[in-house]
Design a protein around this ligand. Structure first.
Ligand code: SF4
Length: 362
């Protein structure tokens, strides 16, 4: 049975177990709830890149930092369809479309995203979006278009979140997840390790995720990829042992969830990734770019799957395919709401410094 009352102390005790015990326990839970030889493959597609008004300390797409990211306006529906077909032919069952927005706004661009959702759903692929904060009505419009999952990461513990982002609050994240839950769309939410957080923060993030009821259907575990120009550019990369402990702990406290190896996989050996699959990871992002940071190429991944005897999970194995309702027949109309997402605006020294440094480079 899935528990929703995990405490930080319990999670820390699991995380800090002798490694072999931790791996054995995680692998045992994994086998009870999933086929250990199946791994879900998602392709992440940046449909609108860069120029984001937020100040997330890890993100090269934040307009205020000076990074080498080339910004792009929203892609066309036909471009997205072509990319989705390519992803499908190389083994992906899900396309996750990411737009560098603070929140979704009703209007032409959102209508275009809804059309992208309908188009990909018609290709019999799972469609996921990560578009920033959404209202309940927007989540329902996405659901009607045929969206399978909505990604909204908690990033870290509530306490450490304040050390990384000042332009929105943790509660906004939780509110967006709760809005998504009011629709039929599944929830994808996880975080990033290696941002300088403590083990307590890692456990705190897992408490926040595991006590959601229901728990997220998928949880990406990212390792920070420090990018020059961002406030976190000098962070030490985490070791495989930390990733392994995080994956195994996530698997134990969230037994039904698909645990996804996400950013940072280029720094992991095949042996390291194999250990993560053993410990309960059962999803990866495929494609040579993860929004803006590097990722292993698909051929390498398929070779690794062959070597390990893994097979890609088929689309809609865990939940049936949603029906797409056309724009004309849609029940949910744009409400042009003006939700009051927060803007805490506290000072994060390293974010301020990175912004100042960027100004001197222009
Ligand atoms: S993580 Fe998302 S919200 Fe934050 S700066 Fe990057 S694109 Fe914007």
């Amino acid at each position: 049975m899935t528990r929703n009352d995990w405490t930080k102390e319990e999670i820390l005790a699991i995380y800090n177990k002798p490694l072999m015990e931790l791996l054995y326990e995680a692998a045992t839970v994994h086998r009870k709830h999933h086929d250990p030889n199946k791994v879900q493959v998602s392709t992440l597609l940046s449909i609108k890149t860069g120029g984001c008004p937020e100040d997330c300390g890890y993100c090269p797409q934040a307009a205020r930092y000076h990074t080498d990211i080339e910004g792009n306006d929203l892609m066309s529906v036909s471009q997205v369809k072509a990319q989705a077909l390519r992803a499908k032919s190389s083994g992906s069952s899900r396309v996750c479309m990411g737009a560098a927005w603070r929140n979704v706004k009703d209007g032409e661009e959102f209508d275009k995203v809804l059309e992208m959702v309908r188009t990909i759903n018609k290709l019999d692929m799972e469609v996921c979006c990560t578009l920033g904060m959404v209202t309940e009505n927007q989540a329902k419009r996405l659901a009607e278009a045929g969206l399978y999952a909505y990604n909204h990461n908690l990033d870290s513990s509530e306490e450490y979140y304040k050390e990384v982002i000042s332009t929105r609050g943790y509660q906004d994240r939780l509110d967006t997840i709760s809005n998504v839950r009011k629709s039929k769309v599944t929830v994808c939410s996880g975080g990033i390790i290696g941002m300088g957080e403590s083990l307590e923060d890692r456990a705190g993030m897992l408490v926040a995720l595991a006590t959601l009821n229901p728990q997220p259907e998928s949880t990406p575990i990212n390792a920070l990829v420090p990018v020059e120009g961002t406030p976190l550019e000098e962070q030490q990369k985490i070791s495989i042992w930390e990733m392994l402990r995080m994956v195994a702990t996530t698997r134990i406290v969230m037994p039904e969830t698909q645990v996804r190896l996400s950013a940072g996989r280029t720094d992991m050996s095949r042996e390291g990734q194999a250990m993560c699959f053993f410990a309960g990871a059962n999803s990866i992002f495929a494609g040579d770019k993860l929004l803006t940071t590097p990722n292993p190429n698909v051929d390498d991944d398929m070779e690794m799957f062959k070597l390990l005897g893994l097979e890609p999970q088929k689309a809609f194995e865990k939940k049936s395919q949603p029906q797409s309702v056309s724009a004309e027949e849609s029940k949910y109309k744009p409400l042009n709401e003006k939700p009051k997402w927060s803007r805490p605006g506290h000072t994060i020294e390293r974010n301020v410094e990175a912004k100042a440094k960027a100004k001197t480079k222009v």
